[in-house]
Write a protein that binds this ligand. Structure first.
Ligand code: ZN
Length: 485
C-alpha cells in the first residue's frame, strides 16, 4: 500500500516568510504530509515530476466579484476555472444586497444560504465570501455571519454614500437599496465589527474592507471632465482623481481609530492613495491596517489598457502612479495583490459611452504570470515576496492561514507549479474566462503555471482543465473558529 496519494518530485518550493528549498512533497488526504530531500516514487500512488519548476502555494485571490453581472452559478464555474489556469486555488468573493448580484435586499440569514446554494458544485477552486453590510438591520447580523456562516470579513463602499446625497436621491437608494448608507452607518458597522473581532481574536482575523473614493468630489470632477470634453480612460481617471481616494482614506481611518476596527484598504490605485494609507499607519500605529493593490493598477496605465475596456473603479492611472505602487510592492508597504475580478463583456464597454459602460473586468488568471513577468523578471521582486503577496498575506488577512497560503506539513496541498521561463502573449482565449476581451490583451508575459493542484487533486495539467466543478469547497472563516474534523 502506498504511503502517499501523490508525490511532487524535483521541484523548488517557494515557502512564504521562509525561503526557497529544493524538496519533494508527499501528499496524503489532501494535505501536505511530508517535505523531504527525497521521497521514493514507490511510496506514492501518483507522481508529478516538477524538474526545473517552482512550486508556489496556490494563490488566494481575495478580491473577486462572482455573479456581479451574470448568473452566479454560471459565473462561478467559468471564472473559477479561469483562476485555476493561473494557479489560483482559493478565491474570496464580495457579495452585497442591492443592484447587480441577486438584485434584492433583505436579511442575510435569508439571502446568504441562497448564495451558498447557488455556489455549491460550481467552483474549480475553494471559495469564501466577504459580505457588504448595506442596511441598519444587517449590522445586527455581523456576529451570526461570522459564527454560523463562516463569513470572516465585511465591506463598506465609501463612494456609495454619495448616491444618497445627489439631487436624484431616489436613484441612489435604488442602487444600494438602503436608507442611511453614510458615515453614520459606517461608524456603527465599524463598532460592531471591532467588537466581534476582539471577541474572536484567538481564532483569526476579522476585519472590514473599504472601497475608498469620495463621492461628493467625484460629482464635481465628473462635471469638470464633461465640460472639458476629454474622453477615454484618462478622462475617467480625471473624473475620479487620486484626491478622492486620499480624502476617503482619511475619513475611514479616523473612524477606524475611533472604533479600533481592523481594516483593509482595498485596491489602492495611485501614489496619493498609497501615501495616504502609509501615513494612516504611521498616524495610528496601534491599528490593524492592511494595504491592497490590484494587478491592473500595477501593470496598466490609462494609455495601455485598451480604451474603455479598461474602465474600472478606482480608475487605472498614469505611469508615475503605477511606478509608485510597484515601489510599495517592492519595499513591503503593500500587503496583498488581487485581481478584483468582475467578468463582463465587450458589448458592455462602449467606446463612445464612457459614463454608461460597466466598470470592472477579469484578470485573476494573470496574478502569478504578471507578478512573475513584471515583478520578478523585470523588477527583481523576490519569488518569496510574490508568494506572500498572492498567497500567504491574503490567507492571513482573511482567516485562512496556515490551512491556505503556504507549503507546510499539515497545510492543504494547494500548489501552483510554475515554469518561470515560459513566455506567452495574452489573448482573451488564453485566459479561459467567459469574458471576450482583456485589457491585458497583447502583453508579453513570462512565467506560467503548468499544473494547479487543489487539496492534492490535479485541476490544471499542462494547459488542460482536468477536474470537475464539484471540486471546490466553501471555506468557513476564520478557520480557528470553524475547525474541520
Ligand atoms: Zn472590487
Amino acid at each position: 500500500m502506498s504511503h502517499y496519494d501523490m508525490v511532487v518530485k524535483n521541484g523548488t518550493l517557494v515557502v512564504p516568510y521562509t525561503g526557497t528549498i529544493k524538496a519533494d512533497i508527499g501528499v496524503r488526504e489532501g494535505r501536505v504530509a511530508c517535505i523531504a530531500s527525497e521521497i521514493a516514487t514507490s511510496e506514492a500512488e501518483q507522481t508529478l515530476d516538477a524538474t526545473g519548476k517552482m512550486i508556489f502555494p496556490g494563490a488566494v485571490d481575495s478580491h473577486y466579484h462572482v455573479g456581479i453581472y451574470r448568473p452566479l452559478s454560471e459565473d462561478a464555474e467559468s471564472e473559477s476555472a479561469s483562476s485555476a489556469f493561473g494557479g489560483v486555488t482559493t478565491l474570496i468573493s464580495y457579495f452585497r444586497t442591492g443592484q447587480h448580484y441577486l438584485n434584492k435586499t433583505g436579511m442575510y440569514r435569508e439571502i446568504f444560504p441562497e448564495v451558498l446554494e447557488l455556489s455549491r458544485g460550481h467552483f474549480y477552486t475553494d471559495y469564501g465570501y466577504h459580505i457588504a453590510i448595506m442596511t441598519n438591520d444587517q449590522i445586527s447580523e455581523v456576529q451570526a455571519l461570522v459564527k454560523q456562516h463562516g463569513v470572516g470579513s465585511f465591506k463598506f463602499y465609501m463612494f456609495y454614500k454619495g448616491l444618497n446625497l445627489t439631487a436624484d436621491s431616489t436613484r441612489g437608494s435604488d442602487y444600494t437599496m438602503a436608507d442611511n448608507y453614510d458615515l453614520g452607518h459606517l461608524y456603527k458597522l465599524m463598532k460592531r465589527v471591532a467588537w466581534v473581532a476582539s471577541r474572536n481574536r484567538q481564532f483569526g482575523r476579522i476585519a472590514l474592507s473599504l472601497h475608498c473614493e469620495n463621492p461628493e468630489l467625484i460629482r464635481v470632477f465628473i462635471e469638470e471632465v464633461k465640460v472639458g470634453g476629454l474622453t477615454g480612460l484618462e478622462a475617467y481617471s480625471n473624473a475620479r482623481p487620486p484626491l478622492t481616494e486620499r480624502l476617503s482614506i482619511s475619513e475611514a481611518t479616523i473612524l477606524a481609530d475611533a472604533t479600533n476596527c481592523p481594516i483593509n484598504l482595498l485596491h489602492l490605485s495611485s501614489q496619493l492613495a498609497l501615501q495616504a494609507a502609509i501615513e494612516s499607519r504611521r498616524q495610528f500605529p496601534h491599528l490593524d491596517i492592511q494595504l491592497e493593490t490590484t494587478l491592473h493598477h500595477l501593470a496598466l496605465t490609462y494609455d495601455s489598457a485598451g480604451g474603455i475596456k479598461g474602465k474600472v473603479n478606482p480608475p487605472i492611472r498614469e505611469r508615475k502612479d503605477a511606478d509608485f505602487l510597484w515601489q510599495g510592492v517592492l519595499n513591503g508597504d503593500v500587503d496583498t495583490v488581487v485581481s478584483d475580478h468582475a467578468c463582463c463583456f465587450e458589448e458592455q464597454k462602449k467606446e463612445d459611452d464612457l459614463w454608461g459602460s460597466l466598470p470592472g473586468f477579469g484578470g485573476s488568471s494573470l496574478l502569478y504570470p504578471v507578478l512573475l513577468s513584471e515583478g520578478f523578471h523585470k523588477r527583481n521582486l523576490p519569488l518569496i515576496r510574490i508568494a506572500e503577496l498572492l498567497a500567504a498575506n491574503p490567507a492571513r488577512n482573511f482567516g485562512l492561514y496556515p490551512k491556505k497560503g503556504t507549503i507546510a506539513v499539515g497545510s492543504d496541498a494547494d500548489f501552483a507549479i510554475i515554469d518561470l521561463h515560459k513566455e506567452q502573449i495574452v489573448t482573451p482565449s488564453l485566459l479561459h474566462s467567459a469574458q471576450d476581451f482583456s485589457p491585458f490583451d497583447g502583453m508579453s508575459v513570462t512565467g506560467w503555471p503548468s499544473h494547479t493542484i487543489l487539496r492534492g487533486q490535479v485541476v490544471l495539467s499542462e494547459g488542460r482543465l482536468v477536474a470537475e466543478p464539484a471540486i471546490g469547497q466553501y471555506l468557513k472563516r476564520p478557520i480557528g473558529l470553524h475547525p474541520e474534523r
